[in-house]
Design a protein around this ligand. Structure first.
Ligand code: TSX
Ligand code: MN
Length: 583
């Protein structure tokens, strides 16, 4: 098979010439094709069938133990000018990167099948969507791309019509970490990934295309490609609002996207629906509002911590037709991970007998589920709408044990962009060795922005122009701790109370306390019915510490200096203005 698009056929021929596969297969995305791939992976051991009666249509994949996460130190943005990639990216000159990758890809698919995977990021008929083609030698990647994107025939038809697509080339190579690179060429819409079969390195539609390449493209086309969940909130009157939110890892983004409101809210007729849990593409519509789509079609979620308590919607989603990666297995062949329930698994993520005494987790801390968004009980029908959904509020957040209140609101767009640029979160055991260390992660885009952060902030600021009806911007912190080290806010479903306050602010129906850091809520305006927050919680969740914030803003100033002379003056001026008010 070939396509109707000569440029695509030529590229596939050229890559086949380079990589020397035994076979070439053009993916149509059909059920029959998927069944054949699964059968083949069961036969070669790269997939294991899970318990068909408890988890129908579900499989376990165990990755190479040295290939379990994204590799930031091996991820490069290859722009002509080094400064266009910025201090937030590793950079390599495009010619050097191409030569290095050409050597790695030479002959790498001998004995393998080359799969041509056409995909569309976003609803197939949306003007906000963008397409790509991933060439890969991994059937596991094909099976995951089929869940995570609109993959196959319909995507190919759109690509043939438009003539433009992101070219992604992937090979698992020999999985040697010494011969592993993830290269991005945003100026020519190309990705080359070698030596890893893991999600973010291998499913090129997600982080590589929908964030790094798309953010670069969005800058030149006047839109935003963001690391944000999108949720819908319907009030008892049936009015729907949409919120986009960016959090660094380990803050529970997927949990927030699938939130189930407290009982009282459900009784009153409030409803939360899920549009997406990871990526948000938005652009101004004719009415000046920002309209957003979720470019993905599935969830590639972290398994550990996912339970009937933390995220019932996620748990319900993954009862069938799910690919699990690097989880543990129970005696009756069900997938298991830390935080799921009290059972003890028999096999760890490497396939060895699990020894509970050893003190090491049974599931890998970065183990995953891949599942279609359509299986999520809270999935919103509007997630398939070509026009996208209008965003009423943008939320930034982080994990901060001290200083940062539960919620505050930016005074205006520029202030909101500064709040996003200054975002930080404290590390957890799951991420690194050092626990509780504050890391700044602007807009949660540090590993994902395909160009210079200073230019990125300028691009964000540029949306504030005549005719724009921009969302309000908020900052939240679910993770404030009391003197005894316990969390002060119950979090999870109770975060609904904070979302409701945001909507009241959007409607203009409640006031606020104005402080140098922004608008803090009057506690009486947040529904705390049924919560027994003690005095310390009330004090710390809703107050701000001037001295502490003066120190924080000095540190923010130093951090923004790292992005050098391209930093927009308006952002520096905003930081200095607030510093002046705090000192
Ligand atoms: O996802 C979380 N959210 C957002 C939910 C919509 N988590 C889990 C973070 C790890 C991924 C949270 N953890 C949240 C939260 O709002 N808050 C906390 C901290 C916390 C943990 C436990 C309790 C309260 C707060 N209480 C009990 O376990 C009883
Ligand atoms: Mn993410």
């Amino acid at each position: 098979m070939t396509s109707q698009l000569p440029a695509l056929n030529q590229w596939v021929e050229e890559i086949a010439e380079l990589t020397q596969p035994d076979h070439i297969h053009w993916c149509d995305g059909s059920d029959a094709e998927n069944a054949k791939l699964i059968e083949q992976m069961l036969a070669d051991g790269s997939l294991l069938k899970l318990n068909e009666s408890t988890h129908p249509g579900s499989y376990l994949h165990r990755s190479h133990p040295d290939d379990v996460a994204r590799v930031e130190h091996l991820t490069f943005v290859c722009t002509t000018e080094r400064d266009d990639a910025g201090p937030n990216n590793h950079w390599m000159a495009p010619d050097e990167a191409r030569a290095k990758m050409r050597a790695l890809f030479t002959g790498c698919m001998k004995g393998r099948t080359l799969y041509v995977v056409p995909y569309c990021m976003g609803p197939i008929d949306s003007p906000l969507s963008r397409c790509g083609v991933e060439i890969t030698d991994s059937p596991y990647v094909v099976a995951n791309m089929r869940i995570m994107t609109r993959m196959g025939q319909a995507a190919l038809a759109r690509i043939e019509r438009e003539g433009q697509f992101v070219k992604g080339l992937h090979s698992t190579g020999d999985l040697n970490p010494e011969r592993r690179f993830i290269m991005h060429f945003p100026e020519s819409l190309e990705i080359q990934s070698f030596g890893s079969g893991y999600g973010g390195n291998a499913l090129l539609g997600k982080k590589c295309h929908a964030l790094r390449i798309a953010s670069h493209q969005a800058r030149s086309e006047g839109w935003l490609a963001e690391h944000m969940l999108i949720l819908g909130i319907e009030n008892p009157q049936g009015k729907k609002h949409y919120i986009a939110a960016a959090f660094p890892s380990a803050c529970g983004k997927t949990n927030l996207a699938m939130l189930i409101p407290p009982e009282g809210y459900v009784r009153d007729g409030w409803k939360i629906t899920t549009i997406g849990d990871d990526i948000c593409w938005m652009r101004p519509g004719a009415d000046g509002r920002l309209y957003a789509i979720n470019p993905e079609a599935g969830f590639f979620g972290v398994a550990p911590g996912t339970s009937a308590k933390s995220n019932p919607n996620a748990l319900a989603s993954i009862q069938r037709n799910t690919i699990f990666t690097n989880v543990a297995v129970t005696d009756d062949n069900q997938p298991w991970w830390e935080g799921l329930d009290k059972r003890v698994p028999v096999t760890d993520w490497k396939g060895n007998p699990f020894n509970a005494e050893a003190g090491t987790p049974a599931a890998h801390p970065n183990s995953r589920f891949t599942v279609s968004a359509k299986q999520c009980p809270s999935y919103a029908p509007e997630a398939e709408a070509p026009a996208g959904v209008p965003i009423s509020a943008i939320v930034f957040g982080g994990r901060r044990a001290s200083l940062v209140p539960l919620v505050f609101e930016a005074r205006d767009w520029t202030h909101g962009v500064l709040i996003g640029a200054a975002m930080g979160s404290e590390t957890t055991a799951a991420a690194t060795g050092a626990v509780g260390v504050m890391r700044r992660d602007p807009m949660a885009m540090k590993p994902f922005c395909g160009y210079n952060f200073a230019d990125y902030f300028a691009h964000w600021l540029s949306f504030d122009k005549a005719g724009a009806k921009l969302p309000k911007i908020f900052h939240v912190n679910w993770f404030r701790k009391g003197d005894d080290g316990d969390f002060l806010w119950p979090g999870f479903g109770d975060n609904m109370r904070v979302l409701e306050w945001m909507l009241k602010r959007v409607a203009g129906s409640v006031g606020s306390q104005e402080t140098p850091i922004g608008h803090l809520p009057n506690p009486a305006d947040i529904n705390l019915d049924g919560l027994a927050l003690n005095d310390e919680a009330m004090q710390k969740l809703f107050d701000y510490d001037r001295q502490g914030w003066a120190a924080e803003f000095a540190s923010i100033g130093e951090y923004l200096e790292e992005y050098g002379p391209r930093m927009p003056e308006a952002l520096k001026a905003e930081q200095q203005r607030i510093c002046g008010q705090l000192n």
